[in-house]
Design a protein around this ligand. Structure first.
Ligand code: CDP
Length: 241
């Protein structure tokens, strides 16, 4: 049911201010059959990412003799949403897989692996808005865990507009009943934009504000990614000792 207001006395429904992110927890190296992996919780989202490769691309006609291809597959579990989702790919998941593949391809040093493929599986177990940002952020950590050489560690976050105000990281009701959603992914060192999509309407000023706020939030998420990666290597050291 649509809530009467999404912002009451400057606070959002879950008590956040406009610049506050939902709680994020990231763990690297959680799956043992994959070359690299990550488990991420972001608010009510729960996402696994697994990376395989670089390995010979199949079927062979998909191979590029000059560089590796990057194939990300985003999938939502049937039980991840309120109305059971019909299993298998649909328009939305094909679109999200495509934009995530293209974003990751921009930072992976694909020219080092001609004819190869880097495969990224993103599985959403629980969805509460912002799953493409959560999936891409998890995929980036899984790529680092797999030792795939990259120019930067990509990171994603959305900003949007609810009750006429620009805020970051929309929750489920904010996404459903808000006026706009602007998910972006960047390479944080250079600020290069790797993904940008928009639902709804924003004025130019609102767009600029939302973009700047999303970039700033990406910086915060990037720090959590780095901590998860360091934690992973720390754990390896402990086992060796
Ligand atoms: O997840 P994201 O915000 O990247 O993509 P969206 O297409 O804007 O979807 C927003 C939210 O709608 C998802 O995170 C899910 O919580 C929900 N959704 C759903 O309930 N059923 C679907 N078949 C697809 C999405």
């Amino acid at each position: 049911m649509k809530p009467e207001k999404l912002i009451v006395d400057g606070r959002r429904l879950d008590g956040r201010g406009p610049n506050d992110l939902r709680k994020i927890k990231i763990e690297a190296g959680v799956l043992h059959r994959a070359d690299g992996s990550c488990y991420l919780e972001w608010g009510g989202n729960k996402v696994f990412a697994a990376v395989y490769g670089p390995r010979e691309a199949v079927p062979r006609h998909t191979q590029n003799p000059l560089r590796a291809i990057v194939k990300a597959r985003y999938n939502m579990a049937a039980f991840s949403v309120e109305d059971r989702k019909r299993p298998g790919p649909d328009r939305r998941s094909v679109e999200i897989s495509k934009v995530i593949s293209e974003a990751l391809e921009r930072v992976i040093l694909t020219e080092q692996f001609p004819r190869a493929s880097v495969d990224v599986c993103i599985e959403v177990l629980d969805a509460e808005a912002g799953t493409r940002c959560a999936g891409l952020t998890a995929a980036a950590v899984a790529l680092v865990d797999a030792g795939i050489p990259m120019r930067d560690i990509p990171v994603a976050c959305a900003a949007g507009k609810i009750d006429g105000q620009v805020v970051v990281d929309l929750g489920k009701e904010e996404d459903n009943y808000g006026q706009a959603d602007l998910p972006i992914a960047i390479a944080p060192r250079t600020g290069e934009v790797l993904l940008m999509q928009m639902d709804g309407h924003l004025t130019v000023e609102e767009f600029n504000k939302a973009f700047d706020m999303a970039v700033e939030s990406c910086g915060k998420v990037s720090e959590i990614q780095k901590k998860a990666i360091l934690q992973r290597y720390h754990a390896v050291d402990e086992v060796i000792e």
